[in-house]
Design a protein around this ligand. Structure first.
Ligand SMILES: [Mg+2]
Length: 360
């Protein structure tokens, strides 16, 4: 039998809003929304005082202001949130190398085999929360359980500044009364489809056979079947930096002429550059991949001393790699472009979330 895992989910309380209240005493005890108040603004985070009025993150600013006329809008300061995020990750790293960040302020920790001997995962969660408070002046909540799904549910249970344990064997009973819409991994669309099938709670989900779930939800069915029973085998996966970013396309019609190949490469290069900039990264090496109709494949690479600076430079490099292969010996069915030897253009561990929020 596999040993029971010990998983902690740590979640900072009203993170962005709490940072703003920490740094501006006049905001403490007041309803605060991080975000812009303009027409198209969105609330990124709301203080607990604002939540009492029904203000929630992702809510349009105009709606939030209507619900809470006293609401104070504060523009986001992502560089500060990133710095705090690095501080809390440093705390986590004292206890385990197995840290999976979900966002700047949330992470799963596997403490089955901790770096510091402690009597329980509960004790570790308490120490981590105390250290976070001492070192950042902010509070965090924690969920402790034997898998990620339950640990995440548990961290919400005693929020703010609390923690909750779901011990081995207690998961199925814990999820039975909860609405499926509150389960992490079941989004609003899936929850609505489940409701339409008469599935409202964990207990309802528990009565469905795996067959029925597969028929309605495909690949995700196994996960749903498991969580209804308090089971979730997914490991805590530490963030690993990507080694390359690339895209390839198999064309419906084989490419034969220069005036088909160059535009196709341009499209690929633009989409790869878009993916790079989204991740705040670029690389020194560009690789072109080409597969002929007979499935013979070849790659050509070129490395620079500095990272590719722009979409145009990437496109020109891809074209430069293609040129010696023309005219084609036979038609091409697939083209690919990859950027590797990546270097981050930022130092943050959670830049993807930031780019999601960059419209705020
Ligand atoms: Mg949070």
């Amino acid at each position: 039998m596999k040993p029971v895992r010990r998983i902690i989910h740590i979640d900072m309380d009203a993170f962005y809003a709490s940072v703003e209240q920490r740094d501006a005493p006049e905001l403490r005890g007041r309803p605060v929304a991080v975000g812009r108040s303009q027409e198209r603004g969105v609330v990124a985070a709301a203080s607990y005082e604002a939540r009492k009025f029904g203000v929630r993150s992702a809510m349009p600013s105009v709606v939030a202001q209507r619900k809470c006329p006293e609401l104070i809008f504060v523009p986001p300061r992502f560089e500060v949130y990133r710095a705090v995020s690095a501080q809390i990750h440093a705390v986590f790293a004292r206890y385990t190398p197995l840290i999976q960040p979900l966002s700047l302020d949330e992470a799963y920790l596997d403490v089955t085999d901790p770096l510091l001997p402690r009597p329980s995962a509960t004790a570790i969660a308490q120490e981590i929360r105390a250290a976070i408070h001492a070192e950042t002046g902010l509070t965090a909540s924690a969920g402790v359980s034997y898998n990620k799904f339950l640990a995440k549910l548990a961290s919400d249970y005693r929020k703010p500044n609390g923690q909750f344990v779901i011990p081995p064997g207690a998961g199925e009973a814990f999820v039975a009364d909860l609405p499926v819409s509150s389960f992490h991994g079941i989004g609003p669309a899936t929850a609505a489809r489940m409701n339409a099938l008469g599935i409202y709670t964990g207990a309802d989900l528990r009565t469905q056979t795996l067959d029925i779930l597969v028929r309605h939800f495909g690949k995700a069915a196994t996960f749903y079947y498991g969580i209804a029973r308090g089971e979730d085998p997914r490991p805590v996966e530490p963030h690993r930096p990507r080694k390359s970013i690339g895209k390839e396309t198999t064309y419906e019609r084989d490419l034969r002429r220069d005036d088909e190949l160059y535009p196709a490469l341009t499209t690929l290069a633009q989409s790869v550059w878009h993916a790079c900039s989204k991740r705040h990264t670029s690389g020194r090496t560009v690789t072109l991949k080409l597969r002929y109709v007979n499935f013979q494949q070849l790659t050509r690479s070129h490395s620079f001393t500095d990272p590719i600076p722009s979409a145009t430079a990437l496109e020109e490099t891809a074209h430069f790699l293609l040129r010696p292969l023309l005219p084609l010996s036979r038609p091409v069915r697939l083209l690919g472009t990859t950027v590797s030897s990546l270097t981050s253009t930022e130092e943050s561990p959670a830049t993807e979330q930031l780019s999601l929020l960059s419209h705020l």
